[in-house]
Design a protein around this ligand. Structure first.
Ligand code: PLP
Length: 391
């Protein structure tokens, strides 16, 4: 690895919150990232499930540039067109009723949390049912409330006091859920259908269906964090669409705007009017340029493309499950976790040498390639992964 001025300047001027890998990426095209020396890397991470259309998608680029030239920002004090069109498209494709736009996954979850609390306050009185159940091993973001929601003890230090009203229960355990739902102070259950940061750990369909029916019986809201699993990643537009359930609200972000920062909180019928004028807001949320990018992404997520995502995911899974040095594969569509005999971070470092940019999630190799990755590059990346994983 050549020495780069950017690495030392980064270390001098950027807060030390990231354990970065070596490459300094300067350019992207299709499913390739390029470093300063012009070396190409097959992008098997999409910037953490963000660049679903890869890099420099023509339709996305055109929509974003056109909107940037026309109107980049007006604020939420006024009506703007791309935001409305996007909200309408999201509602029509999910069965949700209203959308609040923010700028990140954490903000989308903050909005879900606030909407659920306010809904419960309206029904039962303030602070009567503030508790939101989340799952152990979950990840919901880095703000104080979403850290508190995150079911990993390691995130609950040093930044206290944390907001109260979160209780963590073991994932996949229906009787633990039943038990938790006997509490009188619970307004919502919030979960990821596949825990992404937690190690690409999926919940079983049976658990998700039980969660839907149990919460409904108890008058508790079911909220899904689809920040990572949304926007086509698992082979459906949103992952809940695999399981025949409909949540009362969901958050999404990462892949939503194809590389621009945008989060959305989608509210179902019951929650649709929980938030009232002045009760929540965002300066940038629903920004016309991000919304135009998101509309371009959504237009591309056709049933045909989603079927390709599912087929490519199945192919990767089958191949990797049979590969020496691989203990198992988890996940759905193009969101896969690969348990390797070698340490995951070591695998990722070796893959970078070979020109493949992959990720880790806990002790697993995590693969989140662009949804549009051609078969040729997918096979090429796969063969490098097999080489590196082999004992
Ligand atoms: C990444 C992620 C978040 C946080 O999103 P940010 O945009 O980083 O705030 C929340 N929930 C899940 C499931 C995520 O994967």
């Amino acid at each position: 690895m050549r020495r780069s001025i950017w690495r030392s300047l980064d270390q001098q001027y950027i807060a030390h919150t990231y354990a970065r890998f070596d490459p300094v990426f300067v350019r992207g095209r299709g499913c390739y990232l390029y470093d300063e020396q012009g070396k190409g890397y097959i992008d098997m991470g999409s910037g953490i499930a963000v660049s679903g259309l890869g890099h420099g998608d023509r339709a996305w680029e055109r929509a974003v540039c056109k909107q940037a030239k026309t109107l980049a920002h007006a604020s939420n004090l006024y009506y703007t067109q791309p935001q409305v069109r996007l909200a309408q498209a999201l509602c029509q494709s999910t069965g949700m009723h209203k959308v609040f736009f923010g700028n990140s996954g954490a903000e989308a979850n903050e909005c879900l949390i606030k909407a659920a609390r306010k809904y419960a306050a309206g029904l039962y009185g303030e602070n009567q049912r503030p508790v939101i159940l989340t799952l152990e091993g979950s990840f919901h973001g880095r703000t104080l409330a979403t850290l508190a929601a995150t079911g990993q003890e390691g995130f609950h230090h040093d930044f206290g006091p944390f907001p109260q009203g979160f209780a963590h229960i073991p994932p996949g355990d229906i009787s633990a859920l039943e038990e938790a739902l006997t509490r009188q102070d619970v307004c919502a259950l919030l979960l990821e259908t596949i825990q992404g940061e937690g190690g690409v750990l999926p919940l079983q369909a049976e658990y998700l269906r039980a969660a839907r029916s149990l919460t409904r019986e108890r008058g508790v809201l079911l909220l899904l964090d689809e920040v990572q699993t949304g926007n086509g990643r698992t082979g459906k537009l949103f992952s809940f669409q695999h399981f025949g359930i409909v949540p009362d609200g969901l958050s999404t972000a990462k892949g939503l705007a194809g590389g621009l920062p945008m989060g959305a909180c989608l509210l179902g019928e019951e929650l649709a009017n929980a938030l009232t004028p002045g009760s929540h807001g965002s300066t940038f949320g629903g920004n016309p340029v991000c919304a135009a990018g998101a509309l371009a992404v959504l237009e591309r997520l056709t049933p045909e493309l989603l079927a390709q995502v599912a087929a490519k995911g199945d192919f990767l899974r089958r191949e990797l499950e049979a590969a020496p040095g691989v203990r198992g594969v988890t996940g759905l569509g193009l969101m896969l976790g690969v348990e390797t005999e070698k340490e995951a971070r070591q695998v990722v470092t070796a893959l970078l040498e070979k020109g493949v940019a992959a990720l880790t999630a806990k002790n697993r190799l995590r693969l989140l390639p662009p949804l549009t990755i051609p078969w040729k590059e997918l096979r090429k990346a796969l063969s490098h992964i097999k080489e590196v994983a082999a004992p």
